[in-house]
Design a protein around this ligand. Structure first.
Ligand code: ATP
Ligand code: MG
Length: 305
């Protein structure tokens, strides 16, 4: 498989535009609601599949109806879901996102089965067979904080797999667990809040330098509407976000990772892959949900002239 995503799988239920929660038992009529397969692994996999990149996703869901829905949505978009294990008696992770008129995205979240994803749930052959292995949300998949999983990553890398990693949370207590992965990762793609929290640095440049020193060949700090900062041994470049009308930025980070992984597969250099990530994220920002704006698109048409 070209890309394998491992980690967090979430069912997102999104609605817009939400100005407030109605008083009492009140009802507000809205324009749009969607259900998507999202989260740092599933959302990235769906974006890749929509762009025509062969992708498999591995993670954990409950044996509940939400899990059925998650798997159905991913399959519908063409993701190989044989690696999504169903855990009896557990809940499928889900978020409710009432999107504000300005695109702001408060959320309610149930972490569910993601927390218990463990090495025994994974197919080692699938991991080592990936050309790009994307780790999505290792801060919350505590079951993978396992020396044997790190050894599996090293075995994949020896075979030529490129390992990319993104995080899910912005919880200080969860950052040390994620930091342990850095020596085993080729490219790390945190958002600014995560980069500052994991390093204790004062700004994104300093954080990227610290993270680079911890092992990865490249660190890409995403800065929301400000774009991203791409740091490698040869220096740091800023890549501006595209100036697009924004509906909802849910999953922009996951979309950026998808474009970046697709760029690596094409053999692009880090900055060129980051520019593709930026283009994919901009499309996702233009609609509701982490997979918005990608229907009917190819890598070339997303990137434009
Ligand atoms: N308002 C915006 N306009 C255009 N592009 C945007 C906007 N917000 C985000 N992006 C693009 O998406 C990328 C990732 O965004 P961001 O830093 O918000 O990710 P994140 O916080 O990890 O999001 P996620 O919820 O997906 O994890 C940015 O680097 C930028 O290229
Ligand atoms: Mg993110």
């Amino acid at each position: 498989m070209s890309v394998v995503t491992v980690g967090v799988h979430i069912v997102d239920v999104l609605a817009r535009p939400v100005e407030s929660i109605p008083e009492g038992q009140g009802t507000h009529l809205l324009e749009e609601m969607r259900v998507t397969a999202a989260g740092a692994a599933a959302g990235t996999a769906v974006a890749l599949a929509k762009l025509g990149v062969p992708v498999a996703s591995a993670g954990a869901a409950g044996d509940d109806e939400l899990g059925d829905l998650l798997v159905m949505i991913m399959e519908r978009h063409g993701v190989d879901v044989r690696g999504v294990v169903r855990k009896p008696g557990e809940r499928t992770a889900a978020s409710i996102l009432p999107i504000r008129p300005d695109g702001g995205r408060p959320s309610f979240h149930v972490p569910g089965a993601n927390l218990g994803l463990a090495l025994a749930d994974l197919d080692p052959g699938q991991i080592t067979g990936a050309r790009v292995l994307h780790l999505g949300g290792m801060d919350v998949t505590w079951g993978l904080h396992d020396p044997e999983f790190l050894a599996l990553l090293e075995s994949a890398r020896r075979g030529g797999t490129l390992v990319t990693m993104d995080l899910l949370s912005s919880m200080p207590d969860l950052m040390p667990g994620a930091k342990a992965f850095l020596p085993h990762v080729d490219y790390f793609l945190p958002n600014e809040e995560q980069a500052l929290m994991i390093t204790g640095a004062a700004d994104a440049e300093a954080a990227a330098a610290d993270l680079l020193a911890a092992g990865p060949a490249g660190v890409l700090v995403t800065l929301g509407a400000e774009g991203s900062l791409v740091a490698t041994a040869s220096g740091t470049v800023r890549i501006p976000a595209r100036d697009v009308p924004v509906v909802d930025t849910t999953g922009c980070g996951d979309a950026y990772c998808a474009g970046f992984a697709a760029g690596l597969l094409e053999g692009r250099d880090v900055a060129a892959a980051a520019r593709l990530g930026t283009a994919v994220a901009a499309r996702v920002a233009g609609g509701l949900g982490s997979d918005a704006g990608l229907d009917g698109h190819t890598i070339a048409s997303v990137e434009g002239p």
